[in-house]
Design a protein around this ligand. Structure first.
Ligand code: FAD
Length: 516
């Protein structure tokens, strides 16, 4: 085996060939290239069938999406004369063994701001530099390097979107030519005795294929991501007129937004490429919408949350998090389980939670509704518990974005108008008066007449019988009375805000006018 001229590209996110600077650098001038992915038990459920409310480990839909993405990456690498080397175990230990066994001279991986990877990368880099291995870890998951923005803002992350935009300016990728493909990659050297495998199946990871009655319609992988991007932006007028708050959250056959989030989460799609495509369309069109509501503005929301998350210790907790209001949330496992399991008795809320479980994706405003209902709108349950359920079930689950949005929706940070509560009845009705969305995701209500579909408990018993859905037997009664519950929540939020203000001044109240 030739030694000393091998590079290792460590895929974690960034599951793509296009615009992948770590891959580009690793392949340059190397005699051998080792493309590695480590199946990390940290993200896997030890018993995937036990779905406890506290578990935030990856649910079966997201693991399936990941495996599809890995298969697609493997197939792209094979076309270039390489392949994906899959290993299983604690990634730090595995990486060290790979570096030792293969006598690699260069280790390349995409920079990651999540605390889990920060800690892991620190250990791996430490080992690499002590043994003379060159490390290349470029920022390519996001448009900006969060550290640069924080430095420009005097060492603290900007806490409002508008101030973020002012500080951030244009990302440097706007001018750069991205490497989108290769004619070939260096071959793989001798892999020695390390336990390399093909991309595993769900069963091999302990998940069951029959665990889901209905699977997410979104397939993982770079090829799907690029197809979806092309389709999403083929209608330039749609792109130019995109206004997020005007989208219909109940549109499920043709969602009102791109559904590119799971592809961005796993890095099957480069956010920089997406950004450049949007810029090109904006140049071609006379008029287009602007941030925060435009499509490009959505990508910048992602950047905003990545930056605040990176610059805020304990971002994923209420305690010890300087930008998070300290709110005395209620502990109620039964209520949490009812919300999680689509048993609140409010069809709009329950249908959204079914979509989450079956598809792993819902429209942004649908996420607003269920997050508000769980926290400051009705149940007064801790945002961290809702966050865990999303973290497990979303296929686009993203540490910075999920935590940031949960704080937003619970009025714990960023947004503070706690008097504005989503009605679990009238909000959905505005978009979908016939209740098509509810009928699809909650078939028990499919025959309920439209005037009762959002409030089936108000239907006369004869109507319920005719619709084959008796409330209290076939479908639950509402778990709270929204008018009373929301009034009580507002009262508690008012008290808590007053107390927080007395104790902490106005930390985080930088700008209350952000629109999304
Ligand atoms: P589009 O509207 O097509 O937007 C394009 C891209 O912009 C998205 O793919 C996403 O990467 C980014 N984006 C859009 N909206 C936001 C936003 N509000 N914040 C940050 N980035 C955004 N999004 C996640 O990607 N992962 C999560 O874990 C996540 N958790 C959420 C939790 C709650 C409580 C709420 C209210 C929102 C959450 N979001 C999360 C944000 C948002 O709902 C999704 O990004 C969006 O619905 C994805 O659909 P899309 O790709 O069609 O979005």
């Amino acid at each position: 085996m030739a030694t000393g001229s091998g590079s290792l590209i460590w895929f974690r996110k960034g599951l793509r060939v296009h615009d992948n600077p770590a891959l580009e650098y690793a392949s340059k001038g190397s005699q051998f290239l080792y493309p590695v992915f480590v199946i990390d038990p940290h993200y896997m459920e030890s018993d995937p069938s036990a779905f406890s409310p506290g578990s935030s480990r990856a649910g079966v839909n997201r693991i399936r999406f990941l495996l599809e993405s890995l298969r697609d990456l493997d197939s792209s690498l094979k076309k270039l004369g390489s392949r994906l080397l899959v290993l299983k175990g604690e990634p730090g230990e595995i990486l060290v063994r790979c570096l030792q066994e293969w006598k690699v001279k260069r280790l390349c991986f995409e920079y990651d701001t999540d605390p889990y990877y920060q800690a892991l990368d620190f250990k791996v880099k430490d080992y690499a530099s002590s043994t003379g291995v060159e490390v290349f870890s470029p920022v390519s998951h996001t448009l900006f390097n969060p550290s640069d923005i924080i430095a420009k803002n005097g060492g603290k992350p900007p806490l409002s979107y508008q101030s973020f935009l002012k500080i951030a300016g244009e990302p440097s990728c706007v001018e750069s030519e991205l490497v989108m493909s290769y004619s070939s990659l260096p071959p793989i050297g001798d892999v020695g005795k390390l336990g390399i495998s093909e991309v595993p199946t769900l069963e091999e990871l302990g998940y069951r294929e029959d665990e889901q009655a209905e699977w997410t319609p979104f397939r993982g992988g770079e090829s799907e991501a690029l197809k979806r991007l092309t389709k999403s932006i083929s209608d330039k007028v749609w792109v130019a007129n995109f206004e997020k708050p005007k989208g219909d959250p109940s549109a499920f056959l043709k969602p009102a937004t791109t559904v590119l989030s799971p592809y961005l989460k796993f890095g099957c799609l480069s956010s920089r490429y997406f950004y450049q495509c949007l810029q090109r369309i904006y140049k071609d069109m006379k008029k287009h919408t602007s941030p925060p509501v435009s499509l490009l503005g959505q990508l910048l929301w992602r950047e905003f949350f990545y930056t605040t998350a990176f610059g805020t210790p304990n971002f994923d907790k209420m305690k010890g998090n300087r930008i998070c209001k300290q709110i005395p949330w209620k502990e109620d496992p039964d209520m949490l389980a009812a919300w999680r399991d689509s048993k609140t008795g409010y069809p709009w809320i329950d249908a959204i939670m079914v979509q989450l479980r079956k598809w792993g994706w819902m429209h942004h405003l649908a996420r607003h509704c269920v997050a508000c209902f769980l926290t400051r709108g009705d149940l007064f349950i801790h945002w961290e518990q809702g966050r865990d359920v999303f973290e497990r079930l979303l296929i686009d689950s993203d540490w910075a974005v999920n935590n940031g949005n949960w704080m937003w929706l619970s009025c714990s940070s960023f947004f503070y108008q706690y008097n504005r509560i989503y009605s679990p009845v009238s909000f959905g009705k505005k978009y979908d008066p016939d209740g098509k969305y509810i009928r699809h995701f909650l078939p028990v209500l499919k025959d309920m007449p439209k005037q009762y579909i959002y409030e089936p408990w108000t239907a006369p018993i004869s109507v319920q019988a005719k619709a084959k859905c008796i409330v209290g037997k076939d479908y639950p009664k509402p778990m709270v009375l929204h008018d009373l519950a929301s009034k009580e929540c507002k009262r508690k939020m008012g008290e808590t805000y007053a107390l927080n203000k007395k104790m902490n001044g106005k930390v985080g109240d930088e700008d209350l006018r952000d629109l999304r």
